[in-house]
Write a protein that binds this ligand. Structure first.
Ligand SMILES: NC(=O)c1ccc[n+]([C@@H]2O[C@H](COP(=O)([O-])OP(=O)(O)OC[C@H]3O[C@@H](n4cnc5c(N)ncnc54)[C@H](OP(=O)(O)O)[C@@H]3O)[C@@H](O)[C@H]2O)c1
Length: 268
């Protein structure tokens, strides 16, 4: 029997990509799962494909404190407690800082950083009682600032620092706090990433099919939760970037710039 059998797992942003893969993997391991997103139709579709399984869906925008409060209250009404919270809901952006509307950066920060803080605030008392886990799906961009993604990088650095502080506050309580940093993973995130004016880009600059599948990424995350790890950094490219940035930051500047620019222009 899996470690997750009958555990109550909350995954924010579970209707697409990594979140959806996490929801489905936890269900297959016997967990009771609750998830949220802004678009009800996508959540409903997910629930329909898992009819008869213990999956609760709720429409909530994690950047709104009241939505998170209501979501967590609905989880408690349905399942009675929470063992694991995975702060996965996130958005990205692609635009140079010199061109970008500041509101675009604020929106990214509101979802990625404040969404993590809001959801954790209401779920934490239950997780402490159960000696469970708080997890954030951060990014390599939380270790290394990426050009054209300044708001995204800032939000993920903020998540990592906040999670580290929370981890330290919760030492010896039996709660595990972990931030997982996927590398490039196939998903919808680059299609819906905001442009300089805050509109969806509508395309990905990467060949999504060549990236790590979301299911594989979710598998690594679940294993790390099981082992109660502190951090998880994924993909060879991601590990290399974190290592280079730590020990050779000036070289990392040059290599990262070369990766994200073609013919002097930011690849959007
Ligand atoms: N894919 C990658 O290459 C990659 C790499 C590193 C880190 N990550 C991180 O992994 C996490 C998941 O990303 P993904 O690639 O799976 O993205 P995705 O395919 O775009 O899925 C994002 C999910 O989050 C939900 N969501 C977005 N904004 C939300 C909000 N304000 N409130 C509630 N739910 C919201 C979306 O549903 P709605 O649109 O219906 O709200 C969707 O279910 C993010 O935190 C991302 O930063 C991804």
């Amino acid at each position: 029997m899996s470690d997750f059998n009958n555990k109550v797992v909350v995954v924010t942003g579970g209707s697409e990509g990594i979140g959806k893969a996490l929801v489905e993997l936890f269900l297959s391991k016997g967990a009771k799962v609750a998830t949220c997103g802004r678009n009800y139709d996508k959540l409903y579709l997910l629930q329909s494909t898992h009819a008869g399984e213990p999956l609760m869906i709720h429409t909530a925008d994690v950047s709104k404190e009241l939505d998170c409060k209501n979501f967590i209250a609905a989880v408690i009404d349905t399942f009675g407690t929470i063992d694991i919270l995975i702060n996965n809901a996130g958005i990205s952006m692609r635009a140079l800082f010199n061109d970008v509307e500041l509101d675009t950066l604020r929106r990214v920060m509101d979802v990625n950083f404040w969404g993590t803080v809001n959801s954790t605030k209401f779920a934490l008392p239950y997780i402490i009682r159960n000696k469970g886990s708080v997890v954030a799906i951060s990014s390599i961009a939380g270790y290394r600032g990426l050009p054209g993604r300044s708001g995204y990088s800032a939000s993920k650095f903020a998540v990592n620092g906040w999670m580290e502080a929370l981890r330290t506050e919760l030492l010896n309580t039996g709660v595990n706090v972990m931030w997982a940093c996927p590398g490039f993973t196939a998903s919808n995130i680059r299609n819906v990433a905001l442009d300089k004016n805050g509109n969806a880009q509508g395309e990905s600059p990467l060949e999504e099919k060549k990236l790590m599948p979301a299911e594989e990424c979710a598998g690594y995350i679940i294993k790390a939760i099981e082992k109660r790890k502190r951090t998880l950094v994924l993909t060879a490219n991601g590990k290399q970037t974190v290592f280079l940035n730590r020990f050779f930051p000036s070289l990392a500047d040059k290599l990262v710039k070369r990766f994200f620019y073609k013919n002097g222009e930011l690849v959007k």
